[in-house]
Write a protein that binds this ligand. Structure first.
Ligand code: ADP
Ligand code: MG
Ligand code: ZN
Length: 484
């Protein structure tokens, strides 16, 4: 009988923190910039330069730790991890190895069997390395230290995940948390969130862990899913052939859909860790932790629950509105202004999403004001503009944050509301269209719809459709009675 296998996954996630300056110096962390423009003696590893810890980086690490149910260490420390590589000017990385800042947390994931807590072993602070640029033409390698010293947290999970789906769910929640906290933008493509996957397989029912490999270079959730499934199959195939899995680091090639070995653990380096002598221990007092806790913004899950209980929104709406903090903020502000949360939700889920898709933009980039959306909703609710005109106005709000009242005035879009005008127009339309009128008299109800449409058109689309509908049907009914 063929054996049944279980996949075991643990993740190591590097997240670039959103501080303005680097972890140990005042250089800018801005993405891009001319090579080596954001450098100084500290982040280029000059002898004698002294690091000084960035307070905001500590706060972000603690904030992520609190939001992921970790214990915050009141006493943590930086170590030197010694190795030579040209993107690392000091020949060591300053990282927390022995005493990390956060420990023993977890994030719940949804599984077909319900929610499951997936542990966080630790979160530690460390500095990023520079970037090597291989110049094929000149046949040389250049180095850019702009990224050197940018603050990172590394989130290390317990080996509690059992599938690619669980891994993605866990990562999405971690990503969402960091983004809501403003601790990072977590863009996998730009490298501000980097994931390494540790994976082993074992016979189902076994309680000991199998030999694992570590997979690097996964720069999208798609790539991660492919890599996990491929590596699981590769390991099972080996075991089935009676060959052991070798503990090694592998690199995923998304284009070719396969991985290859980078280095085996036998060649694993000895980093000669020792406490960083130029930095004092990091002391995070109970009061400091409390003040960070008090400043934590409402996170996604709490928001989702509140949107349903406080605003009576369907779970579907709450789910979409909270996908991006920007969207949630817009929703809350506009709902507070106009007092019509479901209407606001409809504009955001419908037209806003449609326009974002059409323009290839993300919800993060939304820049219209809640005031203008609220005004538009009020205009429509008061009957001053009808649905098609409201849509037209919304496109201007979306594109340039147009003021809907001014726009309606300038473009003469106000609904022609008075009964008399509607009546006159409808009568004229009926005169010009004797056929449909006759059809209606013969009992063809559909003809009424045609006449309503023609009347709307004759009024430049600015009439209230309900009023037109009513007036046309009244006139037609009068005709039937008159002749009948
Ligand atoms: P190292 O010190 O070599 O980095 P760790 O024990 O710190 O190893 O584990 C690193 C990551 O690998 C963690 O996310 C952990 O959950 C995961 N991991 C450890 N052992 C296994 C295993 N047998 N199968 C899958 N993942 C594992
Ligand atoms: Mg590791
Ligand atoms: Zn610097």
């Amino acid at each position: 009988m063929k054996k049944e296998y279980e996949t075991v996954i643990g993740l190591e996630v590097h997240i670039e923190l959103a501080t303005k300056t680097k972890l140990f110096c005042g250089c800018s962390t801005a993405f891009g910039g001319a090579p080596n423009a954001h450098t100084c003696p500290v982040c280029t590893g000059m002898p004698g330069a002294l690091p000084a810890l960035n307070r905001q980086a500590v706060e972000y690490a603690v904030a992520v730790g609190l939001a992921t149910n970790c214990r915050i260490a009141e006493f943590s420390q930086f170590d030197r991890k010694n190795y030579f590589y040209p993107d690392n000017p000091q020949n060591y990385q300053i990282t927390q190895w022995h005493l990390p800042i956060c420990k023993d947390g977890g994030i719940a994931v949804e599984t077909p069997q319900g929610q499951k807590m997936v542990g966080i072993h630790q979160i530690h602070l460390e500095e990023d390395a520079g970037k090597l640029i291989h110049d094929e033409e000149e046949d040389c390698t250049l180095v850019d230290f702009n990224r050197s010293g940018v603050p990172l947290i590394e989130v290390v999970s317990e080996p509690d995940l059992r599938s690619a789906q669980e891994a993605v769910c866990w990562l999405e929640k971690l990503r969402m948390t960091a983004r809501y906290l403003g601790a990072s933008d977590c863009r996998m493509q730009e490298g501000s969130m980097r994931v390494d996957v540790n994976l082993s397989v074992r016979e189902r029912g076994s309680t000991v862990l199998g030999v694992r490999t570590e997979m690097k270079n996964l720069n999208s959730f798609r790539a991660l899913i492919h890599a996990v499934e491929n590596e699981r199959d590769r390991q099972i195939a080996r075991l089935e052939e009676g060959r052991p899995v070798v503990m090694e680091t592998r690199r995923w090639d998304e284009q070719r859909g396969c991985s290859y070995s980078m280095r085996s653990k036998e060649e694993a380096r000895d980093y000669r860790y020792f406490p960083e002598p130029d930095l004092p221990p990091v002391i995070v007092s109970e009061e400091w932790i409390e003040s960070i806790r008090r400043r934590q913004p409402e996170l996604r899950e709490a928001k989702m629950a509140r949107y349903q209980s406080q605003f009576g929104l369907p779970a579907y709406d709450a789910d979409i509105l909270t996908l991006e903090k920007r969207l949630a903020d817009l929703f809350e502000a506009a709902a507070a202004l106009c007092g019509k949360p479901k209407k606001v939700s409809n504009w955001l889920m419908g037209e806003t999403m449609r326009l974002l898709r059409e323009k290839g933009r993300s919800a993060e980039s939304l820049d219209f004001s809640p005031e203008n959306l609220a005004k538009l909703i009020e205009l429509q609710e008061s009957g001053a503009v009808n649905a098609p005109v409201a849509k037209q106005i919304f496109e201007r709000i979306f594109a340039e944050d147009a003021d809907p009242e001014a726009y309606v005035r300038e473009h003469h879009l106000k609904i022609i509301g008075d009964e008399e005008t509607v009546r006159e127009t409808a009568l004229r339309v009926m005169e010009e269209n004797p056929r449909p009128v006759e059809d209606y008299r013969q009992g063809k109800e559909k003809a009424a719809g045609f006449l309503v449409g023609q009347t709307m058109r004759a009024m430049g689309g600015k009439a209230d459709p309900a009023a037109v509908n009513r007036v046309v049907r009244e006139l037609l009914a009068g005709l039937r009675e008159g002749k009948g």
